[in-house]
Design a protein around this ligand. Structure first.
Ligand code: NAD
Length: 310
């Protein structure tokens, strides 16, 4: 499968490495408005590929070269600087998405292509990309809170001394400061979280849950403070999403896609079944009234930011 990546900065190059390591692509095309950067990344990745899979990795300076791509990943645009929120990137990155998406669409098969959006603020960029591309919402997929959910499972895994693989707990809503954790439907090995804590004699009081929520929401800020940007986590999330799509795995991932239309259109993360055609089904977990209110509030923030672009 041919996969193109637009934007070869910290995230785009880590995504290229992670995608190459899935072994699912026979060709990866890299495009960046900074051609020198893209060419250097292609060179480096090509050398790395000699140790794993036979993949053709090329840097290109024209969108014509992405023709034949089944999946196009957009990771271009400004990233957060220390202290900046994702929403601070709104206007600059809306311009980036508005520049890239028409060029992509002019060169791909609109009946088949899937756009994977990584650029922040993620949910608004998904809405914009879907509107510009006119693709069915199921095929414009933002990584959403896949990363936030992974961060939650990692923290819980340490707290509960159990593998992340056995934890079913989701962060939903905005990939941003208003994201929320659905504690009431969190499970460990099919056992609800409260019951798991009782049986294992582990205490997880509300104060600890609040701290965990704070750590999940602030994980990116902490990483950016320490290493200037985040790239490994998101690269792994994109590779996981691609595996799910390409292999038609139909796993449940908390990705962001547009639901509704016109003034009620909204992209945010919910648990969704993902397969070869993109998003197949959207699910709604059981929630307390407080959790439902937090999710609604998060949706309103995304919509307000989207409306502020007009
Ligand atoms: P970066 O500055 O390292 O790289 C951005 C790249 O985009 C640069 O190489 C730049 O030349 C390129 N670019 C900018 N405008 C372009 C255009 N119009 N056409 C082609 N290329 C263009 O930034 P980064 O750290 O790689 O972050 C990229 C984006 O990913 C940011 O918006 C960041 O916030 C986001 N991000 C998202 C997640 C997530 O979970 N969704 C996680 C981390 C980062």
């Amino acid at each position: 499968m041919k996969i193109s990546i637009i934007g070869i900065g910290s995230v785009g190059s880590a995504v290229a490495t992670a995608v190459a390591n899935t072994g699912l692509a026979h060709e990866i095309v890299l495009f960046d408005r900074n051609g020198v950067r893209a060419r250097a990344a292609a060179e480096d990745l090509g050398h790395a590929a000699a140790f794993s899979y036979d993949i053709k990795i090329t840097a290109v300076n024209t969108y014509r070269a992405i023709r034949g791509s089944e999946i196009v990943i957009i990771a271009a645009g400004a990233n957060q600087k220390p202290g900046q929120t994702r929403t601070d990137l709104l206007h600059a990155n809306a311009d980036v998405i508005s520049d890239i998406v028409p060029r992509v669409m002019a060169n791909v098969d609109s009946k088949n292509v899937k756009l994977v959006i990584v650029t922040n603020p993620l949910d608004v960029m998904v809405m914009l990309a879907q509107k510009i591309s006119k693709l069915p919402p199921a095929r414009v997929i933002g990584t959403g809170t896949m990363l936030d959910s992974a961060r939650l499972r990692t923290i819980l895994s340490r707290q509960l001394s159990v593998s992340t693989q056995s934890i079913n707990a989701y962060v939903l809503g905005e990939h941003g400061d208003s994201s929320m954790i659905v504690w009431s439907s969190a499970c460990v090995g099919g056992i609800d979280l409260n019951s798991f804590c009782r049986q294992t004699k582990i205490s997880l009081p509300q104060t600890t849950r609040n701290t965990i929520e704070h750590r999940v929401q602030n994980a990116a800020y902490e990483i950016i403070r320490g290493r200037g940007a985040t790239w490994d986590g998101i690269a792994a999330a994109v590779a996981d999403l691609l595996r799910c799509i390409i292999n038609d795995e139909r796993r449940i991932l908390t990705v962001s896609t547009v639901a509704g239309s016109g003034a009620s259109a909204l992209a945010m993360s919910l648990p969704r079944i993902v397969g070869r055609g993109g998003v197949i089904t959207t699910l709604m977990p059981r929630m307390t009234s407080t959790e439902s209110a937090a999710l609604r509030r998060s949706g309103k923030i995304i919509r307000k930011n989207y409306d502020s672009l007009k």
